[in-house]
Design a binder for this molecule. Structure first.
Ligand SMILES: CSC[C@H]1O[C@H](OP(=O)(O)O)[C@H](O)[C@@H]1O
Length: 376
């Protein structure tokens, strides 16, 4: 998407330096900083520290990480070592494991001297596929918004609530939850977006930065305001992203999503999830029982980042000294609270039958023994 009129993806390959370039999202929305990622440690750090974040973007980053690994040492042993090293960076977004497995499956059959080039080519393909998948999600989500517009007075604004950042910053481009919003805005449909702040990392500020850059009307709200707005008829539709959706349609997403789904269900507000197929974990059904929930640092809850009086970006402590912080980074919305899943192939019910009908090639994937701690 555009940043000050210039098109950017969230990551891109610098073919002159032969390194990956990323937007370092830790400094947004106050400072737009890019950086190169050229070592195994820099790749792992970029994922762990959320310089790159969002399930699809984590997956694309992991693919480029495997390309670097094959350039360093194309042996089977190093391939396995790299797979394990990167799989341990963050446990919840299944796109990480999906990308690592896709790379391993493609590379193992190849002679070692072909692996580095093949791995980089595959990383480019995964990045480009993500852009197209998200554009398709946008087109299918646009139809939902158009369906709501028909029942509104001509020119009446459609109010959409979203949680966290499932925007182009969380993917290579377009975003997932935001793609239908951008498509609707570009089609001239009057939308307004309620943007949940999404403590503790305040990814709502990223969504606000994105939507503002594209001229989409929006309002930044505290996480706990969504239910009130729904009770008062101020939300026509909720669209969120996902980090892992199970084969029966249970949706794992940023902490707080479940509460939005409960409020939407209680107020008969349609609750849709934008779901790229690499985010489906076909090996599990019960999301609450089987999806590993990342526990991040307490400091993310006891402190908040922002612009300091001198204009620098800093952290301030919001809690008393010594107060412990708890920080589960995700929660799981059971499928019965989900109105529909917006995939790149179309909109489907959040059920095992719905997902199998949309993706029949995965219908026979066998449940795997899960180690909930690592998610694989
Ligand atoms: C399009 S996936 C976006 C998804 O990822 C975010 O998690 P994080 O910022 O911790 O990587 C959040 O759950 C978003 O909905």
């Amino acid at each position: 998407m555009k940043v000050n009129g210039k098109h950017y993806r969230s990551l891109w390959w610098n073919s002159e330096k032969n390194v990956l370039e990323i937007i370092d999202q830790r400094w947004l929305p106050h400072d737009f900083r890019t950086q190169t990622v050229g070592t195994m440690e820099e790749f792992a750090d970029a994922i762990v520290e959320m310089r790159v974040r969002g399930a699809p973007l984590i997956g694309a980053t992991a693919a480029y990480a495997m390309a670097l690994a094959m350039k360093i040492d194309p042996s089977n042993a190093y391939l396995e070592k790299a797979w394990k090293y990167f799989n341990e960076t963050r446990p919840t977004a299944v796109n990480l494991r999906w990308a690592l497995n896709r790379c391993k499956d493609a590379l193992l059959p190849l002679p070692e001297d072909q692996r580095a080039d093949a791995a980089l080519k595959l990383a480019h393909e995964i990045a480009d596929e993500d852009v197209e998948i998200n554009a398709q999600i946008g087109r299918h989500g646009l139809a939902i918004i158009q369906g709501i517009a028909i029942n509104k007075k001509p020119g009446e604004t459609i109010n959409i609530l979203t949680h966290c950042n499932a925007g182009w910053l969380a993917t290579v481009d377009w975003g997932t939850a935001t793609s239908p919003m951008y498509h609707a805005h570009n089609a001239g449909i009057p939308i307004h977006v309620w943007v949940d702040e999404t403590r503790p990392r305040n990814q709502g500020a990223l969504t606000s930065w994105e939507l503002g850059s594209h001229g989409v009307p929006h309002t930044y709200i505290v996480d706990n305001a969504g239910g009130h707005l729904m009770q008062h008829g101020k939300v026509d539709l909720v669209i969120v992203g996902t980090d892992r959706t199970t084969r029966r349609g249970d949706v794992c997403n940023k902490i707080g999503t479940y509460l939005k789904a409960l409020a939407a269900h209680a107020n008969n507000v349609p609750f849709y999830v934008a779901l790229p197929s690499p985010t489906i974990d076909w090996t599990i059904a019960n999301g609450v029982a089987d999806i590993p929930i990342e526990e991040r640092s307490a400091q993310e809850t006891t402190h908040v980042q922002g612009i300091m009086p001198d204009g620098s970006i800093g952290m301030v402590q919001v809690t008393p000294e010594g107060t412990p912080g708890g920080n589960p980074a995700f929660d799981v919305t059971p499928n019965h609270l989900v109105t529909g899943l917006i995939t790149e192939r179309g909109v489907t019910p959040a059920t095992a039958e719905g997902l199998q009908a949309m993706f029949p090639e995965f219908a026979n994937v066998k449940p795997a023994a899960k180690n909930k701690k690592t998610g694989s």
